[in-house]
Design a protein around this ligand. Structure first.
Ligand code: ASP
Length: 359
């Protein structure tokens, strides 16, 4: 079995090199070529999570609400970049908008753990210095991406977790909230549905064998909505950030890929900036965000080629999800192996693309 993986990766490499696809079918052709061929002064791309997002399950109102929030968020980052601000500020402020919306599985809309709490994870990375910050398992910090940023800028550490992270957040003057701030009925209903399905399969809810949420195709698709952003600023600096509530029904202080530098987030001015979303256990094992950068760095692959290879590796291992990324030349890629991924891009001409479904 072990010998199959490198062989499979070679196959993926051949496949990926031959099989370039367009980022977003809704983008006009001339916009795509502009994104790819001319080096823009700056660029920004975001995601609001990947998963079983099917048009048939979407009402026009819901679709419009997601598109409006994606546009609101990316325009905030666009303005920062247009005014000469840093990619780090663009990423932080863009993610703040999505964290404050109940639509996404981050901040206000975070999913519930098995114990009916909300435990939030986030990370950010600076492509110029390779400095990074992350927080895991917080329950009272309103905007976890601000905490990740503070860890990067104001501490000697890269990742803080739980109570200690919350004490640090308070010391830094970040906005703290009651844990109930993160309670939304929609996410509580999702948890109940997941637990019901779990009970049907195991006969009882509270059993030690219950990582079914990670292994059952229906249940795992109950999650999606993690948010992320990758940006290139006018100074050529790349940054990426990711913020999430994790996966519905997670237990035992489970931490996913989102706060893991190299898995959920990576940025390097020499290559690209990447934010991931998907089944975290697999994204950690595949080291998704760093692997994309490494394939560009060591093998000279394009961002698109590298992204496809790494997501094929995730799929080969049994996981699913997607990434958004921008390279040092401003090429933007949104790649996913799920039915959909909430996403949007803006370039320095102010051209906006928004996508939800695969086609
Ligand atoms: N990657 C996140 C996690 O595993 C979940 C998601 O992206 O939806 O925690």
């Amino acid at each position: 079995m072990k010998k199959i993986i490198p062989f499979t990766l070679v196959l993926f490499l051949c496949f990926a090199c031959k099989n370039e696809t367009n980022f977003e079918q809704t983008v006009k052709a001339e916009n795509i070529s502009e994104i790819i061929t001319e080096k823009p002064e700056f660029a920004i791309i975001i995601h609001g999570g990947a998963g079983t997002i099917l048009k048939k399950n979407m009402t026009p109102e819901k679709e419009a609400a997601y598109k409006a929030k994606l546009e609101e968020a990316i325009r905030v980052g666009y303005e920062v970049l247009k005014n000469g601000g840093s990619s780090l500020d663009a990423v932080t402020k863009t993610i703040n908008v999505m964290e404050d919306s109940p639509l996404f599985n981050a901040g206000k809309g975070a999913v519930f753990t098995h114990a009916e709490t909300n435990e939030l994870d986030a990370s950010i990375m600076d492509g110029k210095t390779l400095n990074a910050g992350a927080s895991a398992g917080t329950t009272t910090v309103r905007n976890p991406i601000d905490l990740a940023r503070a860890v990067m800028d104001k501490s000697k550490h890269v990742m803080l977790s739980g109570k200690g992270a919350e004490i640090f957040a308070e010391e830094q003057g970040l906005t703290l909230v009651e844990p109930s701030y993160f309670h939304t009925n929609r996410r509580l209903e999702s948890l109940k549905r997941v637990k019901e399905r779990e009970a049907e399969k195991t006969g009882k809810v509270d059993t030690e064998s219950t990582y079914l949420d990670f292994y059952d195709a229906d249940i795992k698709n109950a999650k999606f909505g993690t948010v992320g952003c990758a940006a290139l600023d006018k100074n050529g600096n790349l940054a990426a950030g990711t913020s999430t509530g994790g996966m519905t029904n997670k237990r035992y202080g489970r931490v996913g890929d989102a706060p893991i530098i190299g898995s959920g987030t990576y940025a390097n001015n020499a290559t690209c900036a990447v934010s991931s979303t998907g089944w975290g256990e697999y994204f950690i094992r595949a080291q998704v965000a760093h692997d994309i950068s490494a394939l560009m760095d060591y093998k000279g692959l394009s961002l698109k080629e590298a992204s496809k290879i790494v997501l094929d590796k995730v799929a080969y291992l049994g996981g699913d999800g997607g990434i958004v990324a921008v390279d040092k030349n401003g090429n933007m890629v949104a790649e996913f192996n799920t039915a959909g991924m909430y996403r949007a891009t803006m370039n320095d001409n102010g051209e906006l693309t928004i996508g939800i479904y695969e086609q």
